[in-house]
Write a protein that binds this ligand. Sequence first.
Ligand code: NAP
Ligand code: GLV
Length: 311
Amino acid sequence: MPKLIFAAADPRPDRWTELFKRELGSAFDVAAWTDDGRVHGADYAVVWRPPAILFEREQGLKAIFNLGAGVDGLIGQPGLPAGVPVIRLEDAGMSAQMAEFVIHQVVEHTRGMGVYRQQQRDGLWRAQRPVEREAWPIGILGLGSIGTRVARCLADLDYPVAGWVRTPREQAGIEVFAGPEGLAPFLARTRIVVNTLPLTAETQDIMNGTLFAALLPGAVVINVGRGDHLVDEDLVRAITAGRVAAATLDVFRHEPLPPDHPFWKMPEITLTPHVAARTLREETVRQIVAKVRALEAGEAVSGVVDLDRGY
Ligand code: NAP
Ligand code: GLV
């Protein structure tokens, strides 16, 4: 009987294993992995930042499912078995969450919501000028499962939207810039930059002083990718110098963000604790189970990570 193990630091792994059992049915064995020296003899592992010992023990894996969209916590890991496909989550309910998170932050700035909060405190009834969308060109770094949904939703609200990707292509309603040579013209037309890139050797530290200096004046930085995309000191400097007006940060180099980090005290920065798009249990289990069934039937599946490319 094929076996699936669940290995993620979740206080209630039973909520996952029960759901996997329900969706896979009695023809599959499902168990929560624990570091107790036992070899489960698993065919499939569902993991989030697993300990290397898991791969030492489970030598018969046919596929490894990453319990998130970003695989940066998995693919650099020593012991990851060569030749076993790593499959990431593709959307699984995350793109809608990310789109609403980013729209919320965009509207905060374009509609001047902070001004209205202050006016309420001051007892003032005063309308600001209507938003001029042309004054707020938005640039999305990465147009994958998540970035595309974010870009489309913002384009539907009539903001000028561009995206930056590796592979050149046409995308309706979105101006697409590609490759290293496409980055400068992309930044030169961007006032709100939203990072939805995966963390790879090529994208690490990409949000740095040079990038901030290339944005339009009054820039807003939104990072929902990974903390290691952002050079923290460069953002602090860019805000202090007035080159960047505000930032929303959901991901950090060290999570939880250390209590003495300067970001906590900067009024220009909005912080959230890596919640822009949560892994949703039902959607996630359904997606993984469909792929497990396809693999068992000898079919190809999407979402297989290119380990050389890093995403
Ligand atoms: P994805 O589908 O793999 O898309 C990645 C996008 O980035 C693609 O458009 C890709 O370009 C582009 N890209 C990658 N490397 C590039 C490079 N060197 N230059 C230019 N473009 C590059 O990934 P996804 O599912 O959208 O997820 C993206 C990331 O979001 C995840 O890796 C994770 O870090 C983050 N995330 C955060 C949260 C949160 O709660 N904060 C939740 C979920 C995910 P091509 O299209 O040309 O390949
Ligand atoms: C969350 O950050 C994910 O990568 O799914």
